[in-house]
Design a protein around this ligand. Sequence first.
Ligand SMILES: Nc1ncnc2c1ncn2[C@@H]1O[C@H](COP(=O)(O)OP(=O)(O)O)[C@@H](O)[C@H]1O
Ligand SMILES: N[C@@H](CCOP(=O)(O)O)C(=O)O
Length: 326
Amino acid sequence: MAVYTEVSDEALRAFLADYALGELLAFRGIAEGVENSNYALKTTAGDFILTLYEKRVDPAELPWFLALMQHLAARGLRCPQPVEARDGAALRQLAGRPAAICTFLPGVWPRRVRPEHARPLGEALAGLHRASEDFTATRPNGLGPAAWMPLLDRCRAGGDAVRPGLIAELDAALAAILAAWPAPGALPVGQIHADLFPDNVFFLDGPDGKPVVSGIIDFYFACTDLLAYDVAVCLNAWCFEPDLSFNVTRARALLAGYQRVRPLLAEERAALPLLCRGAAIRFLLTRLYDWMATPPGALVTRKDPLEYLAKLRFFAAAEGAGALGL
Ligand SMILES: Nc1ncnc2c1ncn2[C@@H]1O[C@H](COP(=O)(O)OP(=O)(O)O)[C@@H](O)[C@H]1O
Ligand SMILES: N[C@@H](CCOP(=O)(O)O)C(=O)O
């Protein structure tokens, strides 16, 4: 899953009549993802992705996300490019939901992350940061530090049933993170992806057989925040083994790739362990909330919050940025 909103054949054909995309040849719901409903479309003009925006996405913010993707694609970043209808609007309505069509990206996301993925990933992340330097519209991070305590409060009643003692541990961890969080202006800020997990990065094999990034998708958590926080999200999402041990070789490659394109400042390097703790608690909290709010029989696959408890503990114990591969 995720197809929350069903689209009938007739509704889709009527919707497509507003576009210059030729005839519809095929369409199917895509099971992956958790946030929005996605359909793969094939028309006589090519392959596309139709997204119907669901729960966490505020319709008022959609123009910002779509404009960011347009901007990045125009600067050569491989990301979905919103397709405008004949009237020039990319954001429309379908089946009662806000909806948009974007270009389809080739490649597959890595089901098993290999060391060779890390360097191109780091380069692509820094490329995204560079390409958005002149995108001046801002969007606050709705899941940034200010949101973490309210999220924890919403998990308070049921959190210890997920793991005894969890809420007390998170209270202490979060207090320490928030007390140390960089003050405004202390670190470089820009447009960040904020959810650059393996399922949001597609790869193809390059001419030498090594993976190259063929696309970055899912910009619906993107926002204006600390650039190094995006690096911290990637260290969380890409650099742990299935047994939750940290793979420092992979982290080193990721950071080297990133720094080849955008060297980190000394202040960013020093802050990295703290930013990693922040990223760990952010994903722990949204997963914990979803875990408690999603009935066990629901069609969407719940993600394990305790995976991020292990990561949080690792980063809290890590001694300086050196332990993270810097
Ligand atoms: N532009 C695209 N090109 C190719 N596949 C895409 C594209 N956008 C989404 N997908 C497919 O849809 C799936 C879910 O997309 P995603 O944006 O992660 O959904 P969600 O926002 O619901 O988490 C992806 O794993 C991928 O298979
Ligand atoms: N990456 C987040 C969940 C967001 O899901 P996505 O399918 O939109 O990437 C997590 O792993 O908790």
